[in-house]
Design a protein around this ligand. Sequence first.
Ligand code: SD4
Length: 330
Amino acid sequence: MNSRRKFLHNTLLGGIALSAADLIRGSREILEKSDKSASPVVIATWGPNTKATAAAWDIISKGGRALDAVEAGARVPEADPEDTSVGYGGFPDRDGNVTLDACIMDELGQAGCVSFLQNIMHPISVARRVMEKTPHVLLTGEGAYRFARAEGFPHENLLTEVARKAWEDWKVRSEYKPVINVERHDTIGIVAVDQHNNISGACSTSGAAFKMHGRVGDSPIIGAGMFVDNEVGGAACTGLGEMVLRTLGSFLVVEEMRRGASPQKAAEAAIKRLVRKYPEQSKVAQVGFVAVDKKGRHGAYAIHKGFNYAIYQNNVNQVFESDYLLKKPD
Ligand code: SD4
């Protein structure tokens, strides 16, 4: 590892913040280097998901399958009560129910999804079972729950005391509006390319906090919250799901790469499309994409400042600040 790399590695893993400019510079270095260094690679939305990229790397660095890697990665925030956007500990809907969305897709183009799933801690693993054990792609609500129970997943209370308290506080004003990067962590979207140069992706979330009961976002929808194509690459996203659902954002990123764009340019194209289509909503809502191609190159882009992502490549687990479109004058 050269000295700058070592510095980034040690500093980031030590939890000391670098300036955004430093991080973006670092990201560019990786982009250039990764032209030469192909797979394996793991990329995930949001900095705290270095724990998820580490779990995924543990599998692919030993020659394991990208599908196993992304499932293992998504299970990390799903089980973390301190992550209030995914799985256990996720903020509930406006009636106090934690309802979960997830999807998974493999190198063969197979996919499995669950939406509006309650009382099951690992929706990503249920999504995988939908893919592998049913003739369907998406199970929702009560049906998804019953399938999960039949597959042996335990019934669990996912509402932590912290989340319940946040919901009680929210009820005082009951105001539903998007908040940009409120905690700098959110939905996990994770994409991996393994040593066999196969790609898979996963996405898991408790959705928008205090959403209407029954609301489903982009995260369990193939092509919206996540999409991979073994001929091209993959993408995943975080942010206001309604904007992504209307544009099939992750599919768009992959299609841009299919047409020859780098992962960075592809992510930028998708964000520009969103902002062009929904200029007013874009002022108050955040969306961020991560993308990786089969050469192991990566990119990321967001509407607003504040999106970051984790990437594990060349034995280094790092966090980078994403560049963004709507820059305010200094
Ligand atoms: C959703 N994209 O349900 C997800 C979660 C998220 O801000 O990222 N919320 O819309």
